[in-house]
Design a protein around this ligand. Structure first.
Ligand SMILES: [Zn+2]
Length: 181
C-alpha cells in the first residue's frame, strides 16, 4: 500500500503478519516506509504517520522531502512515457521477427530491465525510457528471444545477435544505467 503524503511524498506501507508495532525506516531509494501489523487499514496507517510526524522528521535521515516529491513526479512522467511507447516498440519487433507474446507488463520496481515468464508475459521496466534507444531495443529483443529460449544458452545469444548484431556492446553500456528511478 502506498500513502501519498504532502510532507514525505509517497510512503510505502508494508504489512507484516509478525509485526506487533509500527516501524519506520528509509528504503534504499530514499523513500519513507512503514512496517505495520497486517490488520492495519489505510486510515490507521495515515493516523500512525500523523502521530509520528515529528519523530520521523527528527530521527530518520530522510532526504529532502521535496526531492522525494520530485522523484515521484519524475516516475509518474516516466510511466506515462513508457505506456505511450513501449507497447508499440515491443509490438513492432514482435511483428517484424515473428514473435508471439501474450502480454506486456510495465514494471518499475527492482533492478531488472525486463523479464519474460513461461506464460509468455514480457515485463519491461519504465526506466528504459531513460536509456538510449539502441540499448532499449536490445532489452526488448533480449526478452523476445526468451520466448524461444528460456535460458541464456548459446542458442539464445545467437538469436539475440541475429536481431541485434551489436548486442554485446549494448549489454555492456546498459550497465552504466540503473533501472531505479
Ligand atoms: Zn535474459
Amino acid at each position: 500500500m502506498i500513502l501519498k503524503d504532502a510532507e514525505f511524498g509517497e510512503v510505502l506501507v508494508r504489512k507484516n503478519t509478525f509485526s506487533r508495532g509500527i516501524k519506520f525506516s528509509i528504503s534504499t531509494s530514499g523513500r519513507l516506509q512503514m512496517s505495520v501489523p497486517s490488520y492495519t487499514t489505510g486510515f490507521l496507517a495515515k493516523r500512525f504517520l500523523n502521530q509520528n510526524r515529528a519523530m520521523i522528521r527528527e530521527k530518520l535521515p530522510l532526504k529532502d522531502p521535496s526531492m522525494q516529491r520530485a522523484r515521484d513526479a519524475k516516475k509518474k512522467l516516466l510511466a506515462k512515457k513508457a505506456k505511450d511507447y513501449l507497447p508499440y516498440r515491443l509490438d513492432y519487433y514482435a511483428t517484424k521477427y515473428g514473435y508471439d507474446y501474450s502480454k506486456l507488463r510495465l514494471s518499475h520496481a527492482g533492478t531488472r530491465w525486463g523479464s519474460c515468464s513461461s506464460n509468455r508475459t514480457i515485463s519491461l521496466n519504465i526506466g528504459l525510457m531513460q536509456v538510449p534507444e539502441p540499448l532499449r531495443d536490445y532489452v526488448i529483443l533480449h526478452e523476445l528471444a526468451h520466448l524461444n529460449h528460456m535460458d541464456h544458452s548459446p542458442a539464445f545469444w545467437a538469436e539475440v545477435a541475429g536481431h541485434d548484431p551489436r548486442y554485446k556492446s549494448h549489454r555492456t553500456k546498459l550497465k552504466h544505467f540503473s533501472p531505479g528511478v
